[in-house]
Write a protein that binds this ligand. Structure first.
Ligand code: CS2
Length: 489
């Protein structure tokens, strides 16, 4: 079958939407660090829409910070790829043209730094996942002892971390008398713009105080809330897209039709007309962020651990299980009082819509995928909510079960005695602790709660938290995830 590319785009099946602007005239204006499926299904589609609404120099140069596979798949396709949006009612297909090129940082960090320092680059956006910020998830502070940060401080011109790369690009820009670019964090971190600003400033300060001051005075780090459910692409997805478009595409993206993007409108050097195509430009991202991180991601993670343990492969299956659907309702009723509703939003309706999104049978989002990197996700998804509930003297039964299910999951053994492939920067640490504690809930919970980077110094001493978590963990060992969830009021 013919491969998707500029030359073959005309042969694509009728009904597949294609770029409606002169792609040959498109110049790059954005460098995106971490060009995974999410960015190609979110920022790149908003940018595609904005280019169609008003053309400008906002093409995207993607950069992979680890592996070359995205580049290897996209280059032969001139950066083109298919976005397949799956509604329960049927699919919608579209070829995205906003990605012009892909660089691979480890192959040539200097080329990437030069790209960031190019006068054409006005925005550097990021989706490098929570762990990609080399910070302490409980406090948001840079980990100066992180191996990648240590490396980048020693090799400032050949950085490998996102923070080292941003600072290297900014250093060259300052030296060349250019203004800084806007650094646009699109990861699910709390106060993501603020956190990124702090990390960049702290890293810069470790190398050059004047550079840090220049960034502080001139840099722009808008906060954002990003949302679209985009599972990792599978071989089956690739085959399906080929069937539907008539062209081979090695890098399609599959997502739900829903998308949302709230952005703090503080850019250093302009931006695409994202506001014309559905992005919400706001002065305060915090209410959107609390709503999304706590209600969507908090529920996603809790459901991923419980669902995985209960034997559900996907979110659709797990949330379609009546016991877990009822758990979600209980969880949301604990979360909602901690969320300041964004203007015009009724949080109960948002929760209802979330359940429908989770249950979308066309999306196969694996519980295992969401279960990854819990150490980096728990603080903003569940623990902040728990702290607020405790402060208000309110119950946390469902939230505590989410945490206990994570503990049960990271033991690395499922309910049938099979191995769980636990992916987390702290996976080895979890294994060590789980091996010592065995199936003793009291010992395991105390041991895991002692990881300060996750739980801080306050929660381990808070009995209103540790008791229900330990009791739930004992029940999970005893009778399993489903029966434990069923026993909640
Ligand atoms: C998920 C998110 O993998 C995960 O941890 O919770 O990727 C989620 O699908 C997105 O944030 C939705 O916008």
């Amino acid at each position: 079958m013919t491969r998707l590319s500029n030359a073959t785009l005309g042969q694509i099946a009728a009904g597949v939407r294609r770029p409606a602007y002169d792609r040959a005239a498109l110049r790059p204006g954005i460098v995106h660090l971490g060009l995974g499926a999410f960015a190609r299904g979110h920022l790149a589609e908003y940018t595609e829409d904005a280019l169609e609404s008003r053309f400008g120099a906002w093409g995207i140069t993607g950069a992979s910070l680890q592996r070359p596979d995205q580049r290897d798949r996209l280059k032969p396709q001139d950066g083109l790829y298919t976005l397949l949006k799956l509604a329960p009612t049927g699919p919608e297909l579209r070829v995205i043209g906003s990605v012009l090129d892909v660089l691979v940082a480890p192959e040539s960090p200097a080329a990437l730094v030069a790209k960031l320092a190019s006068p054409e680059t006005r925005i550097v956006s990021l989706t490098v996942t929570e762990k990609g910020y080399c910070h302490d998830p409980a406090t948001g502070k840079l980990r100066a002892d992180h191996p990648d940060i240590v490396h980048d401080l020693e090799n400032p011109d050949a950085p490998r971390s996102a923070i080292g790369i941003l600072v290297a690009g900014l250093r060259v820009r300052r030296a060349e008398g250019l203004d800084p670019f806007t650094a646009l964090c699109c990861d699910n971190l709390p106060s993501n713009g603020h956190v990124l600003r702090g990390l960049v400033r702290d890293f810069a300060a470790l190398t050059d105080d004047r550079l840090a001051a220049w960034i502080e005075a001139n840099g722009a780090f808008p906060a954002t809330m990003v949302d679209r459910i985009v599972p990792a692409t599978t071989e089956a997805d690739i085959a399906e897209v080929a069937k539907q478009t008539g062209l081979d595409d090695a890098a399609p993206v599959i997502g739900e039709p829903f998308r949302q993007w709230a952005i703090e409108d503080v850019f250093a050097a302009g931006r695409p007309d994202w506001h014309e195509v559905g992005a919400q430009m706001v002065t305060e991202v915090a209410p959107f962020e609390f709503m999304k991180l706590r209600m969507l991601n908090g529920a996603h993670s809790s459901l991923a651990y419980l669902g995985y343990l209960a034997g559900h492969e996907t979110v659709a299956e797990a949330s379609g299980d009546p016991v877990l659907a009822r758990f979600l309702q209980g969880l949301w009723s604990e979360i909602i009082p901690t969320v300041p509703a964004p203007q015009g939003v009724v949080l109960a309706d948002y929760a209802k819509a979330l359940l429908a999104r989770f249950q979308n049978p066309a999306i196969r989002h694996r519980t295992w995928q969401i279960a990854m990197d819990g150490s980096q996700k728990l603080p903003q998804r569940l623990l902040g909510t728990i702290r607020e509930r405790l402060k208000a003297g309110a119950g946390i039964d469902h939230l505590a079960l989410g945490v206990a299910a994570w503990m049960r999951y990271v033991t690395g053994m499922d309910e049938k005695g099979g191995a769980i492939d636990v992916r987390d920067p702290l996976a080895a640490e979890f294994k060590r602790r789980a091996d010592v504690a065995g199936r003793n809930a009291e010992a395991l919970s105390a041991s895991l709660l002692g990881i300060e980077a996750i739980f801080g110094s306050d929660l381990p001493g808070e009995q209103r938290f540790t008791k229900p978590v330990t009791a739930h963990l004992a029940a999970l060992f005893d009778k399993g995830a489903k029966a434990t969830a069923a026993s909640l009021g």
